[in-house]
Design a protein around this ligand. Structure first.
Ligand code: FES
Length: 263
């Protein structure tokens, strides 16, 4: 719990408290004697311990790996998804980036498709439904040694690897004025479409995933780029362009198939 030393900080947390569909409100809490070496979530653990000891309800927030890889954590800190440090998830953020005496405003992701469960926790199952609609490979890809025998151009492998870095945290949606999920969906589509194993189902995949994204109520992309700027993994907007090309190619293939059949 907490850090191992360093300067101690006294902060004020202005935290959004809400249960389900009830009306939420900001509540202020003192976060005193916080080691600057603590992670942000360790600081919240410390505040929660104090609340529990006082018989008060702890602040609910999502977390799992605390290593920046699972995508479970994430909320707004002073209006920034995952806080002020670029390419850093909230679990990897350290208290040393804040100043003693600062007031930090903590809010959940604000998006219609991510309803608040409690306090800083939101329901991101809409992302799971998008993945279920096509974010996978169902063809037989053989065994490990078969993959090693498939030559993949280095630029494609690099681009696929970069897209695969998306951890599905939802910061892109929360930072977009339209609450668009295009960066998330495009990262998944690009990752698979760039690899030979994923090409087989590429058109079906992009159409199904985009249709599910729309059904889930995410907004349209207007190319503002705040999604990519806020992404803790720096997922590139180039993935959105790639996804749009996939959709266009799918439409052309479909039209040619229809014309070819003389329908
Ligand atoms: S808790 Fe896993 S990415 Fe933050």
């Amino acid at each position: 719990m907490g850090g191992t030393g360093g300067k101690l900080l006294n902060l004020v947390l202005k935290v959004w408290r809400q249960t389900g569909k009830s009306e939420g409100k900001f509540v202020n809490y003192d976060a005193k004697g916080i080691s600057e070496d603590s992670s942000f979530l360790e600081m919240l653990d410390q505040v929660n311990e104090g609340l529990v000891l006082k018989g008060e309800e702890p602040i609910a927030f999502d977390h799992d790996c605390r290593e920046g890889i699972c995508g479970t954590c994430g909320f707004m800190i002073n209006g920034n998804a995952h806080g002020p440090q670029k390419h850093t998830t909230v679990c990897q953020l350290h208290m040393r980036v804040f100043k003693d005496g600062e007031t930090l405003t903590l809010e959940p992701w604000r998006a219609q498709s991510f309803p608040v469960i409690k306090d800083l926790m939101v329901d991101r199952s809409a992302f799971d439904r998008i993945i279920t609609s096509g974010g996978f490979i169902s063809v037989d890809t053989g065994n490990a040694q078969d993959a090693n025998c498939l030559p993949i151009p280095k630029p494609d492998a690099d681009a696929a690897f970069s897209a695969a870095e998306c951890i599905g945290c939802g910061a892109c949606v929360a930072s977009c004025k339209n609450a668009s999920a295009m960066l998330f969906v495009s990262a998944k589509v690009s990752h698979l479409a760039l690899l030979p194993q994923g090409k087989v189902e590429r058109f079906e995949r992009v159409e199904n995933m985009v249709a599910t994204m729309d059904q889930e109520g995410f907004g349209a992309c207007t190319s503002t780029g705040s999604c990519s700027a806020a992404c803790p993994k720096g997922i590139s907007l180039a993935n959105i362009a790639k996804m749009n090309r996939e959709r266009l190619t799918s439409a052309i293939f479909k039209r040619e198939a229809v014309q070819g059949d003389g329908i």
